[in-house]
Design a protein around this ligand. Structure first.
Ligand code: DP6
Length: 358
């Protein structure tokens, strides 16, 4: 892979925009139209799918994860966020896929405060997403990753990817990983997280086939659910304790491109996370009968010698990870499962980035 192909964050630090922003903070004057134009920025991020899962928080206040995780960043599913700070606005506004969204607004405002300071001008935030939201497809991961990139730029603050990842992670733990492309490792340290790409998307081009079994919003959000697990699941402490070993195995598998090894540890880690959820009080069960039918179909493909494995997050959708030449078979197999509404296919892609010329 040439250096120019590498996933990268395009930073356009604009000293004029920074000066304008500082002036606004100091004077709270209405910016003129050219100032406003410079402060609107747009960024794109793709969701990521964890193979070694994040489930549990070390520090709820700072949203620090209790366990490290490993994910793949997708390429064909995306969220685009645009941010415009304006002294003319009395309050932040959020539009998601052309509809005003009150529900997500508090989390978005909190994230903007972290990025630009709580004395920032209010912001107009618009979001566009090409896949179902809040259904266990990591829409909050791509949304907050894109938001921190767009908002930092709009505020005229230059930050590296790790700083942006930490800001995104404070809003939603999994979002920290979408700042990076390919295979991404998140280390949950005592004081903060460290996030990096351990292998680029094109070093090992896997495919992810997503089976949508129910497109609606999930009954319990992942943050609330993992806090319930930490409080009440008898399996939670052993889950946390075993995570480092699973992560090491998955890292070795990625670096040596050992599909069988990655498949075994990923499925095991996913099923352990769901066991922790099932044993919580009250129990947390995200699967439906179609999720189980898809698991069974993947198992059958494996028995027939195909390179595919499944993973499932906080929702009923099943994600099948396979080698690219298995894609058509995996997709048609999942399409044929009872209860599957549709399937989506994605390769692996780059981390969050600014969209130029927006
Ligand atoms: C099952 O990142 O949504 O998808 O930090 O509370 O926003 P918050 O949680 P979130 O949890 C993701 C959980 C998961 C596993 C994973 O992506 O690692």
């Amino acid at each position: 892979m040439s250096e120019s192909d590498e996933p990268r964050f395009i930073s356009h630090h604009d000293s004029h925009a920074a000066a304008t922003y500082t002036r606004l903070l100091l004077s709270k004057k209405t910016p003129n139209s050219s100032d406003q134009k410079k402060m609107r920025t747009e960024a794109q991020a793709q969701p990521n799918i964890a193979l070694i899962k994040y489930w549990g928080k070390r520090d709820i206040e700072r949203n620090l994860p209790a366990v490290s995780s490993l994910s793949v960043t997708l390429d064909s599913l995306w969220t685009r966020m645009s941010v415009e700070f304006s002294a003319d606005l009395a309050a932040d506004e959020l539009v998601v896929n052309t509809a005003v969204s009150e529900e997500m607004l508090p989390r978005v405002s909190e994230c903007l405060d972290l990025v630009a300071g709580s004395d920032r001008p209010r912001a107009m935030v618009t979001s566009e997403c090409n896949f179902p939201i809040a259904a266990g497809l990591a829409s909050s991961a791509s949304a907050f990753a894109a938001l921190v990139v767009a908002a930092s730029e709009a505020a005229g603050i230059e930050r590296d990817e790790l700083s942006l990842a930490r800001l995104a992670g404070a809003a939603s733990g999994s979002a920290a990983r979408s700042l990076f492309g390919g295979f991404v490792e998140l280390q949950a340290n005592e004081e903060n997280i460290d996030v990096s790409t351990i292998a680029d998307a094109d070093t090992w081009p896997l495919t992810v086939v997503i089976a949508i079994t129910a497109p609606g919003a999930k009954p319990v959000g992942s943050g609330e659910a993992m806090n319930r697990s930490a409080k009440s699941s008898p399996f939670y402490s052993s889950w946390v304790q075993q995570q480092a070993a699973d992560l090491a195995t998955a890292r070795e598998a990625v670096l040596s491109k050992d599909f069988g090894k990655l498949a075994t540890v990923s499925e095991h880690n996913c099923l352990k996370m769901h066991s922790v959820m099932w044993a919580s009080r009250p129990p947390i069960v995200y699967w439906n009968s179609a999720t189980l039918a898809c698991m069974e179909a993947v198992r059958q493909l494996q028995n027939d010698g195909h390179a595919v494995f499944f993973t499932i997050d906080a929702g009923p959708q099943l994600k099948a990870v396979c080698l690219p030449d298995e894609t058509d078979l995996v997709r048609s197999t999942l399409d044929a499962c009872s209860g599957v509404e549709r399937t989506m296919v994605s390769g692996l892609g780059a981390g969050a980035r600014l969209l130029e010329g927006k």
